[in-house]
Design a protein around this ligand. Structure first.
Ligand code: GLC
Length: 751
């Protein structure tokens, strides 16, 4: 094909891409109706030997030479591979399966496409900070278009683990501490990955890690959790249930043991709740060797026993334990497991492959895949998402910066030019060569005016003197310091016991502040760090949860006011790590904290014998540095005239709350309006408030708007003392505010 033909073909492909991205309704599924799919499943199943069935239940990590797996593929001993993304190799994997195995069943190719494939979006915690499900859905759709074009048709995302302890490194990969926000983000990603219906750009979502993984004791990854059934049902399970209802095709069990039972062998959560209560007939896969780890947990004596336990729980596919492929045939022969259980697992696997159209079209066009990667529309979406994901935590008015008043700009800090690290954790396929860093973006915007002196080469570096950078600071009109943590300091297995800025970063900021020049700090991190001690050393602070490929242009746009920040904290920011876990939707307790006596209030000789007598810390109190849902703007917003349409509601009613929102500042801006509700008295104690609605409202400077929100009373249901889920009549309070710590409560009754 000559260059002209290639150019024309690429134009057609980009037109197709725009059509795919813009259309909401997609063409009907090309693989038939549900009954037709089930008939196909049964037809294939009926032809399979026991060994071939078990082969479908075996997933193998297959990075490397295809020939290493050819024999097993021909024998039908592998049903899925992960960690191969080269379309040429994937085609060869598929060719061997389809053309050289007895039944020609195609492979399901999986990958951790967690926040973008090649075009990397902000880490999921940053996606959550946008409070913009529609935008997050679009980003997931882009990830699916890029990945599916290379043959990846299954992503191990979204991660729905509620995380309330920032010591846990995987807080980076989820949507933070709140059940409602997590559920909305999970639904959006499922829709984005899978698409409104099934076609060649669809990528099966995998909701994970089921369940409770983020409650690891001590915030230490893989550690045990001790969640009661009520806590599971009221806090940790609802996002998974919402994602199942959104049509998630697959689910992954988690590493943790909860209340002594590892999730991969947990009959109660997987079989009783997921399969039977929720009717989930999708594919359940283990986490990496989580089946085998049940031996380490002390839940099974050997690989044969843990294979049996996983199958009994309802797990369909084994990721990298080789437990199923090694022992299931023997277990069936011995009568320890029934072949009917294996049949059910294989049905769930075949159904996914059929719905993805893999039988009709197992191959991809490697050449056609290339122009879709990093397409301009993708990069634009990634930049817009990064802009919405950044949270403005402090601003004394210095932001937005004026180009005229910042003729000489000092850019400093270890995260100013870190193309790999700004991608964040779980960005396997994002190539740092495509990243645009803050330094690059600012140099492009202000040629010849940016002075770059990093001060520290990496965040953990310890230095005693900063002569060079403070000398440069004295010659600058503004200092833009980019600090935080490298990507490796968050993510799987990367928990931290100390959340302060690492190394000498705080000392660097103090030195810079000491020059008397204005310092604007941007923190890039995978979690909320404890930055209280750094706030006095800056005029303004932007918090960017590793912002992805286009983090640099996004931050430049925010710093210079092309874009007004709108992000809000998806997780509570602690004053010190010793406060963990601390989250807004806590219980009231019998002795709620009300801001009283702290260490510095104690008179030395007063002979006091008792202080406080409430639930708090003498040295740090019990209030966070920044609450959940918090974020500043370059303008200001005022809420007024909050009114409910009634004083009391039936349990099947709808609360209609209206309020006036006014942009009281001098700039157009977007406010993320939040509605919280509290059930004052229940058959069990209830949180002091819970988010039940949020939406982005954009107002021009000076604009006022009457906003109306509907909250179905049914959304206030919870699992009470009798273990059933229902709305309990009684008194409630409702807040409409711009964060979880603001606003005045209005009351209503449910009869
Ligand atoms: C990892 C993670 C899981 C990921 C899987 C495959 O250990 O826990 O989230 O999807 O293995 O990479």
């Amino acid at each position: 094909m000559n260059d002209i033909m290639k150019y024309i073909r690429n134009l057609c492909l980009l037109a197709l891409l725009c059509a795919v991205l813009s259309c909401q309704e997609r063409k009907p599924s090309s693989v038939g109706s549900a009954p037709e799919i089930e008939r196909r499943v049964e037809r294939i199943l009926s032809q399979m030997t026991l060994a071939e069935k078990i082969g479908q239940m075996n997933q193998v990590s297959a990075g490397g030479d295809v020939s290493n797996y050819a024999d097993a593929l021909r024998k039908g001993q592998i049903g899925s591979i992960l960690n191969e993304v080269d379309p040429v190799k994937i085609n060869e994997f598929q060719r061997i399966c389809v053309e050289e195995s007895r039944l020609g069943i195609p492979l399901l190719v999986g990958r951790d496409v967690i926040h973008g494939f090649h075009t990397v979006f902000p880490i999921p915690l940053g996606l959550a900070a946008t409070f913009d499900p529609a935008l997050v859905e679009k980003g997931a759709r882009i990830a699916a278009v890029e990945a599916s074009a290379q043959g990846v048709r299954w992503t191990f995302s979204p991660m729905l683990d509620i995380a309330r302890d920032p010591r846990w490194g995987r807080i980076a990969e989820g949507s933070g501490e709140d059940t409602w926000l997590d559920a909305r983000m999970g639904e959006a990603m499922v829709r984005g990955y899978q698409g409104a219906d099934w076609d060649a750009t669809s990528m099966a979502a995998c909701i994970k890690h089921f369940v409770g993984y983020g409650a690891a004791e001590g915030g230490r990854d893989y550690n045990s959790t001790f969640l009661t059934e009520r806590q599971l049902r009221n806090v940790y399970l609802p996002p998974f249930e919402a994602a199942v209802k959104a049509g998630a095709l697959t689910l992954m069990t988690s590493f943790n043991d909860n209340d002594g039972v590892p999730s991969t062998g947990n009959v109660f959560t997987v079989k009783d709740i997921l399969r039977e209560e929720w009717g989930f007939d999708g594919l359940v896969v283990t986490d990496w060797n989580s089946m085998g780890e049940m031996i380490s947990h002390g839940f099974g004596a050997d690989r044969k026993e843990v294979a049996r336990l996983a199958l009994e729980a309802g797990v369909d596919m084994d990721m990298m334990t080789y437990g199923y492929i090694s022992h299931l045939e023997e277990l069936v022969r011995s009568g320890a497991v029934r072949e009917t259980a294996i049949n059910q697992a294989v049905r769930n696997i075949l159904r996914v492959k059929i719905m993805l159209g893999l039988f009709e079209n197992p191959y991809v066009d490697a050449e056609a895949a290339a122009p879709l990667q990093y397409a301009p529309a993708h990069l634009e979406a990634a930049q817009r998402t990064a802009e919405e994901s950044v949270v403005l935590l402090k601003n004394d008015g210095i932001l937005p910066l004026s180009a005229d008043k910042t003729r000489t700009i000092l850019v400093t800090g270890p995260m100013a030019d870190a193309p790999h690290d700004q991608l964040g954790t779980w960005a396997f396929d994002g190539q740092k060569e495509h990243s645009v860093t803050p330094l690059q973006a600012l140099r492009e915007r202000f040629p010849g005016r940016v002075v770059y002196v990093p001060g520290l080469q990496y965040t953990r570096e310890h230095k005693e003197r900063f002569d060079e950078v403070t000398a440069a600071a004295r010659r600058a009109d503004v200092i833009l310091a980019f600090v935080g943590e490298e990507a490796i300091l968050s993510g799987e297995a990367h928990s931290l016991a100390d959340l302060n800025l690492k190394g000498s970063q705080s000392e660097l900021l103090a030195c810079l502040a000491g020059t008397g020049k204005p310092v604007v700090v941007t923190v890039m991190a995978g979690r909320p760090l404890t930055i209280e001690r750094d706030l006095p050393n800056c005029r303004a602070l932007l918090y960017a949860f590793h912002p992805g490929t286009m983090g640099g242009p996004a931050l430049a746009s925010l710093l210079y006011g092309d874009v007004n920040p709108s992000g809000k904290t998806p997780v509570t920011f602690l004053r010190t790590v010793g406060q963990a876990p601390l989250y807004y939707s806590h219980n009231m307790t019998g002795r709620p904290y009300n801001g009283e006596t702290l260490l510095e209030d104690i008179e030395p000789e007063a002979g006091q014998t008792s202080l406080g007598n409430t639930s708090y810390y003498l040295d740090y109190g019990a209030y966070p540095l920044f609450p959940f849902g918090y974020g500043l703007s370059y303008t200001t917003f005022a809420y007024s005239d909050i009114a409910l349409d009634r004083d009391e509601y039936p349990v099947d009613g709808t609360v209609r709350v209206s309020f006036t929102l006014e942009n009281t500042g001098g700039r157009d801006g977007t406010e993320i309006v939040q509605v919280y509700v509290r059930d004052l008295v229940g058959s069990v104690t209830r949180p002091v408030k819970e988010l039940k609605h949020f939406e982005r409202v954009s107002l021009q400077a000076g604009e006022r708007r009457r906003v109306e929100v509907e909250i179905p009373v049914a959304d206030l249901a919870f699992y009470g003392l009798d273990g059933t889920k229902k709305v309990e009549p009684g008194d409630f309070q409702l807040w409409v505010a711009g964060d979880s710590a603001s606003g005045e409560a209005v009351g209503f009754k449910v009869k």
